[in-house]
Write a protein that binds this ligand. Sequence first.
Ligand code: CDP
Length: 235
Amino acid sequence: MSAPAARGPIVTIDGPAAVGKTTVGRMLAESLGYLCLDSGLFYRAVALATVRADGDPDRADDALAAARSLRLRFAADPSGKFAARTFDGDCEISEALVSPEVDRTVSLVSRIPEVRAAMLEPQREALREGGIVALGRDIGTVVCPEADLKVYLDASPDVRAKRRWKERRDAGGEMDIADIRENLLARDRIDSQRSIAPLRAASDAVIISTDACAPTEVVEAIRASMTERGLIHAA
Ligand code: CDP
């Protein structure tokens, strides 16, 4: 029997809403020449499909039907490195995935065990070859506990609300920062209290508090942990 093909390294970054996973994950992936996959997009797509079908995001049958209807496809950005554009079949849904309505409903569909079960295999498939930075809530604990490095990012609610407000404003949206803060805290509550795959750091995760850190400093800290583990060589 031949040995299984060697895969590239897998780095997971989990943490609460708007902590900076996407910014840090993309910068890190770019510096390593890896792909960056944001698992939140899977759950956001389920929330969007549920709402568009007039379903109830709190009902397992509605959310599961929506999950099964999805023909998700990710396309890279022009640099070819990030799964930056999301399609359902031929229809691009990238912008709709970050609408306030999806922000409000995504944690409801994400706590439904049947939805999580349906999303597990597509995520594992996307990680199969390695050479990837994967972002989410349960990548290091459930989706890929065998990852080579698990990182957990944290920051205070005020800092996270400000980051999300700025991100949405830069993308052309105007939202009240108090509403954003409330949404983040509501999602954190549901994400960390759900019975299946709750948001938490893996026991062997490297925990980084990012309140006072620029993204480049967080990337440097993660690269240092990778060097320590022999995953990359020091520059
Ligand atoms: O960008 P942000 O951190 O605000 O959220 P996201 O990563 O797009 O995730 C949106 C929501 O999807 C989270 O609040 C969770 O409810 C859910 N999610 C999850 O349950 N498991 C994951 N691995 C990723 C996201």
